[in-house]
Design a binder for this molecule. Structure first.
Ligand SMILES: NC(=O)c1ccc[n+]([C@@H]2O[C@H](COP(=O)([O-])OP(=O)(O)OC[C@H]3O[C@@H](n4cnc5c(N)ncnc54)[C@H](OP(=O)(O)O)[C@@H]3O)[C@@H](O)[C@H]2O)c1
Length: 462
């Protein structure tokens, strides 16, 4: 998404809201209701720009403390019958939102919520924001729920049903594939998995599906093909391109291709399928991965990118000034600095030309406290078994200890993003690591030692 694309819906919402509220400020309105959207709450693929605009409206409603007007943002999902859905693109969008767990809102419900928003009740309740358009059932049954809804923030909505059904279905496919005793059985297991997945994606019964027909004939579009591609990669450890799914002459042919590529089949993991299915699709992938060398972008490319990004938030004057500075840099010291970087890429002692530069300038020289300048959060899925707090703490401690042991023994599974393996080097800094303060730049020390060793760190006077 370009900065320009990002700004269109964001600025429309931002300035629209700001100017309207300013225009009516003197009238002391009873209420000021904004039609915001669920996409700012749960996220919506490809719509970060729209989500940003809506989040602005939400924050605006929450922060009008000194006004006599009651401000409220209504975060609706999709409102039935509105013009945005009245064409083919809109229909595709509805299908995608349904798969993300959004519930259509009819006019009657819409008006009921609006009635409340403009009533004195909303003011008495001090209700500044209402989120309407998903529930526990819709998120749990969603084929393609936004990843945000799997974070800790949404546990109270999703409850403990989270993903259980889907995981079980996928585990049964993995089991069928890995326990197959012949290529024919593997092929059949893939056909079954693909058909079941296709039925869910396009909302058809198994009886309506012919194995000899291409997937396109069931209304599969490019977005659904990408979903299917991701499912192949994440759940069946099989690299299939979206174009291969769309071009496949039949389901049988697609299953043949998938079976020939699946790591579930190639790694011979059928020795203990039950164990394997619990470990997830990326198991047994300790391949001694070697990553390609990080490319060095040329100077013009870097500077154009820099200038383009600055355009999003600088005034015209400042942008002109930045443009001059960029030109000076490109013709002067920039050339020397680029040459130094080039030498780093050619140095056999340096594995990654950017690594030390990033770590020292972004982390080790930084003196800001993490809060409020950094954001991090971790979350873990609820299990089917309810735990008390102490039990939960014990479960997490044990899992951490086991993870650390596997890390030390080199027994960790390879991490993947879609079908691409990820560099796992940062994990070496996860345990027994401490930052030691020095003047100008700190050092990080990692005690590669036995489990649970306590490190004593003498404090220095500076
Ligand atoms: N439809 C939904 O399911 C849904 C769900 C959640 C939230 N919402 C929110 O509800 C509101 C209305 O949505 P809608 O579905 O009714 O959309 P719509 O039919 O596309 O209407 C949008 C309106 O905004 C006007 N507009 C667009 N860009 C503008 C700009 N730069 N400056 C001034 N006006 C501009 C349009 O004017 P013109 O007619 O002149 O183009 C049109 O009247 C939006 O704030 C949307 O975020 C809608």
């Amino acid at each position: 998404m370009t900065a320009e694309d990002f700004n269109v819906p964001l600025l429309t919402k931002l300035y629209g809201t700001k100017y309207l509220s300013e225009a009516f400020a003197k009238l002391s309105l009873d209420f000021f209701v904004m039609l915001s959207s669920l996409s700012g709450i749960v996220g919506s693929r490809g719509q970060a720009n729209y989500a940003a605009g809506n989040t602005f409206q939400d924050a605006f409603a929450q922060n009008q403390r000194n006004s006599k007007t009651h401000f409220m943002a209504l975060d609706f999902g999709m409102i039935e019958g509105t013009t945005v859905y009245n064409n083919n693109e809109g229909q595709t969008r509805i299908q995608n939102l349904l798969r993300q767990g959004w519930i259509p809102i009819d006019l009657e419900k819409f008006l009921a919520v609006l009635d409340y928003a403009i009533s004195p009740n909303a003011r008495e309740d001090d209700c500044k924001q209402a989120v309407i358009g998903f529930d526990r059932m819709s998120l749990n049954e969603a084929e393609n729920a936004p990843p945000t809804t799997r974070s800790a923030m949404f546990f109270h909505v999703r409850g403990s049903l989270d993903g259980t059904m889907r995981t079980e279905t996928n585990n049964s496919h993995i089991h069928n594939i890995t326990s197959s005793k012949s290529p024919v059985e593997v092929h059949q297991a893939f056909i079954t998995a693909i058909v079941q997945r296709l039925c869910t994606l396009v909302a058809l019964d198994r009886e309506s599906i012919s194995l000899d027909s291409p997937l396109m004939s069931y209304g599969l579009d490019s977005l659904t093909a990408i979903e299917l591609k991701n499912w192949f990669a994440q759940d069946l450890n099989t690299a299939i391109q979206a174009s291969e799914i769309l071009d496949a002459p039949s389901i049988v042919a697609l299953a043949t291709k998938a079976a020939s590529r699946s790591k579930l089949v190639q790694t011979g993991s059928n020795e203990n399928p039950e164990q394997d299915s619990k470990r997830g699709p990326n198991h047994n992938m300790n391949t001694g991965l070697s990553l390609p060398q990080l490319p060095l972008p040329d100077l013009s490319g870097t500077l154009e990118l820099y200038y383009d990004r600055a355009r999003s938030f600088l005034s015209e004057d400042k942008l002109e000034h930045t443009g001059d500075a960029v030109r000076l840099f490109r013709e002067g010291i920039g050339l020397q600095l680029q040459q130094r970087l080039l030498e780093r890429t050619r140095d056999p002692e340096i594995d990654n030309w950017e690594y030390d530069l990033q770590v020292s300038s972004i982390y080790l020289k930084a003196r800001e406290p993490i809060y409020p300048y950094g954001i991090f959060y971790g979350s873990h899925q609820l299990t089917k078994i309810p735990h008390g707090q102490a039990e939960r703490a014990a479960v997490i401690s044990l899992a951490t200890l086991e993870f650390m042991q596997r890390l030390n023994d080199g027994g960790l599974d390879q991490d993947h993003l879609n079908e691409e393996p990820l560099c796992m080097d940062s994990l070496q800094w996860l345990f027994n690591t401490s930052r030691k303060p020095f003047i100008n730049i700190d050092k990080v020390i990692c005690l590669k030692s036995s489990l649970g060793k306590v490190a004593q760190m003498p404090l220095m006077k500076v």
